[in-house]
Design a protein around this ligand. Sequence first.
Ligand code: FAD
Length: 376
Amino acid sequence: MDFSFSEQEKMLQRSAREFAQSRVKPQAGEIDRSAKFPLELAKEMGSLGYYSLPFPPEHGGSGAGYTGLALVVEQICQASLAVGAIAALGASIGGTLLQFGNEEQKRRFLIPLINGDMFCCWAFTEPATGSNPKAIATQAVLQGDDYLISGEKSFISFAPVASLAIVFAKDETGRVSAFLVDTSFPGFTVGEPHDFMGARGLGSSPLYLSEIRVPKESLLGEKGKGYHLLLEGASMERLSVAIACLGVAQAAIDLSIDYAKQRTAYDQAIAQMPTIQWLLAEMASRLEASRWLVYRTAFLRDQGKSIQWETAVAKLFASQMAVDVTRMAMQIHGAYGTEKTLPVERLYRDAKMTEIIVGVSEIQRVIIAAQLLWPR
Ligand SMILES: Cc1cc2nc3c(=O)[nH]c(=O)nc-3n(C[C@H](O)[C@H](O)[C@H](O)COP(=O)(O)OP(=O)(O)OC[C@H]3O[C@@H](n4cnc5c(N)ncnc54)[C@H](O)[C@@H]3O)c2cc1C
């Protein structure tokens, strides 16, 4: 067992920290206020190679693996959850294309996606369900050599900037299939972005799909096997969210340490008080446990293992940790913690979103318990 990072990994981490502090941090507050997708930063991350970190060199990647992605995203999320999540989700959506796309799809889309010249959204959730794939109502009706796709999607991140969408729909056999849809096709409409309390800046919006005609070749993966693709893709996205939680929690701890040292009460820095020290110790130990859980999960994936169960464990644990740690950070900051002038309250709002995005905590528990009771 080796828990150390290579010199190359440490260098990657340092350069991501530099990018996060110099480019992302100054814009983080405004991204949160405006909730606008930060397109310029998203493109910049493409040119820095962040979306291709997990891919092997023969597919345009740097071969840094999901461990490399974790090192980078953790740093960026210390400055802004939204920007870090764009890097992580961008890489995991590209990973789905790499895993399930045919040669022609990979040839056309993979390089523009990993360079940040093109964005792809993941369109599964619908107004009536985000947890139950069997309940999706979007239809893909075969008509000659084309499919006609109709339905409605909700909360779809990247939607305002995406030129490609992975759309999940029921085909004429009633099974779920996935389609690669060009968002400029007639019938594809992006609605007004949802006004979320946190994770603002992902551009999460509804999609209205009205008889979009796509050629048969738009199927991603095998027909009727969309559920399998969904499980695999969602597993990688869960890992992304778990990584993001580390950055949010680390930022909350750093702010709390600084604040506790400079804020005085009863003629002493509040850092001198055992109650504050207990909170800091609790925060740090929970983050440390999550960090090694998440890095081990990324490492297993880099070994080529299926990590569907492990990502459910990591996301469940890390998102609870992020909520707990940011809540404790608010407590250390007192009233100032609740003020919008400080970033602490943003971290708390962002942390809460991680318990919902890409599968609520209840669904993670269902996945974890099912494997314990009926192992496959
Ligand atoms: C910031 C953000 C970005 C997002 N981006 C995307 C995206 O890019 N693409 C996309 O497709 N979706 C996206 N989503 C949607 C997200 O994945 C769903 O919101 C999430 O999966 C939960 O679905 P839901 O909101 O419909 O909740 P529901 O499925 O309606 O669940 C509501 C509640 O019911 C309970 N519940 C439901 N099912 C079970 C169960 N089996 N067992 C126990 N309890 C249960 C839970 O308490 C749950 O919280 C995004 C959401 C957010 C907040």
